[in-house]
Design a protein around this ligand. Structure first.
Ligand SMILES: [Zn+2]
Ligand SMILES: [Zn+2]
Length: 341
C-alpha cells in the first residue's frame, strides 16, 4: 500500500473530474475539501477522522470524507485507479500530432476565471510532456471572469518570471485572451499586447450581432499585428443547452487570418469543439495556420489537446501548419513577425 496524503488524494480527484468535464459544483466540493485538508494538515485531518468528527467540518461531505478515509485507512490507490480508468482520454488518429506538439497556447489561471495557479498549470503541462504553456487570462472588460487590467497583468508578468525560475527548463510564456470589443478594437493597452509572447483574441460579447458587423469586427482584430491566434471563432457551445455559432463571412475572416498570419484556433474544449469541421476546412483552403489549444481552466483540462489533435488528423492537417509544434523560441519569433499592412 502506498500512502497518499488526504489533500493529495482529493487533488487527484479534482484533476480527474476536471478532465472529465464533470459538473462544476461537484469539482468545487472536492477542491474545497482539498484546500481545507491542506489548511488543517495531515495530522489534524487524521485525528478528526479517527475521532469520527470529519463530517462535522464545514466543507467535508460523504463523498469527500470517503476519499479522506480511504487515504488514511488504505484503499485510495484502487479508488483513484478506477476513477482514472473511468475518465481516461484515449488518443486516436491524432496520436502522432499530439506527440509533435510542444506546448499549449490558451490557458487560464486563478488570475481570471481558472481554478489553479500558474505554477500548478505549468507543472501539469510539463508532466504532459510539453516544453511550454502560454498563460492567457482574460482581459479587463470580461468582468464576470475577473479580467486583468493593466496593473494586474503587470503583476502577473512578475509572477510568471518567478515561476519560470522554479520550473526551468520548462517555460511559462506570457499571453492574454484579449476580448475583441464590439468595434473590433482590443481590450488591452497596445504596449502590453506587444510585450506578451502570444496573444489570443476572442469574441465573448454580442455573439449575435449581424454578420456584416461581426465580419468587420473579427477582421479588424485579426489584422492587428499583436494578435497571433483567433480564439474559438464561432463561439458555439455544443453541450447542454448549447449556443448557435456566430454569423460572419468566414471567407473574409479566414482570408484576413491568412494575410496577417493569424492562426485559427482549434479549441479543444468538449463543449466548444470550435470551429466545426466544415469551417475548419475553409480555413485550410485559405491556407491559414492553426493552433491546437485546450483553453484549459484547470490542470486536468490540459489533457484535452488530444481531441483537437484527433480532429486535425481526420482533416489531414500537417504538423508544419500547427503553430504549437514550434519550439518556444520559434513560436515567440513567429508571434512577433506579423505584417502590419
Ligand atoms: Zn474565450
Ligand atoms: Zn479562454
Amino acid at each position: 500500500m502506498t500512502t497518499m496524503s488526504p489533500a493529495d488524494a482529493l487533488d487527484r480527484v479534482v484533476y480527474l473530474l476536471d478532465r472529465d468535464l464533470a459538473e462544476g459544483r461537484r469539482v468545487a466540493a472536492y477542491a474545497k475539501a482539498r484546500d481545507l485538508a491542506r489548511d488543517l494538515g495531515d495530522d489534524e485531518v487524521t485525528r478528526l477522522h479517527r475521532a469520527g468528527e470529519l463530517l462535522d467540518q464545514p466543507g467535508i461531505g460523504p463523498s469527500t470524507g470517503k476519499v479522506i478515509a480511504l487515504a488514511i485507512d488504505g484503499g485510495i490507490d484502487e479508488h483513484l485507479a478506477a476513477l482514472d480508468a473511468e475518465t481516461a482520454i484515449d488518443v486516436g488518429a491524432g496520436a502522432e500530432l499530439r506527440a509533435a506538439l510542444k506546448g499549449d497556447c490558451h490557458s487560464h489561471t486563478f488570475w481570471s476565471d481558472g481554478g489553479a495557479s500558474v505554477t500548478e498549470m505549468g507543472r501539469t503541462a510539463m508532466a504532459l510532456g510539453h516544453e511550454y504553456l502560454v498563460i492567457t487570462d482574460h482581459s479587463p472588460r470580461l468582468t464576470i471572469a475577473h479580467g486583468l487590467d493593466r496593473e494586474r497583468l503587470l503583476e502577473q508578468l512578475d509572477e510568471i518570471e518567478r515561476v519560470n525560475e522554479e520550473l526551468a527548463p520548462f517555460r511559462v510564456l506570457t499571453g492574454m485572451e484579449v476580448d475583441i470589443l464590439q468595434d473590433g478594437s482590443l481590450d488591452q493597452d497596445v504596449d502590453l499586447l506587444e510585450r506578451l509572447d502570444v496573444v489570443v483574441a476572442s469574441v465573448h460579447s454580442k455573439l449575435r450581432m449581424p454578420a456584416p458587423e461581426m465580419t468587420r469586427r473579427m477582421v479588424l482584430a485579426v489584422a492587428s499585428p499583436h494578435v497571433d491566434i483567433l480564439g474559438h471563432c464561432t463561439g458555439r457551445k455544443v453541450v447542454g443547452g448549447g449556443r448557435p455559432p456566430s454569423e460572419f463571412d468566414a471567407d473574409i475572416v479566414f482570408a484576413a487570418c491568412a494575410r496577417f498570419d493569424t492562426a485559427v484556433e482549434i479549441n479543444c474544449r468538449p463543449e466548444r469543439q470550435d470551429p466545426p469541421e466544415e469551417l475548419l476546412a475553409l480555413a485550410l483552403d485559405w491556407d491559414c495556420k492553426v493552433s491546437i489549444d485546450t483553453d484549459a481552466h484547470a490542470p486536468g483540462q490540459l489533457e484535452w489537446q488530444v481531441y483537437g489533435c484527433d480532429k486535425a488528423a481526420r482533416m489531414e492537417i500537417e504538423p508544419e501548419r500547427v503553430v504549437n509544434t514550434k519550439s518556444a523560441d520559434d513560436l515567440i519569433a513567429w508571434a512577433s513577425s506579423h505584417p502590419t499592412t
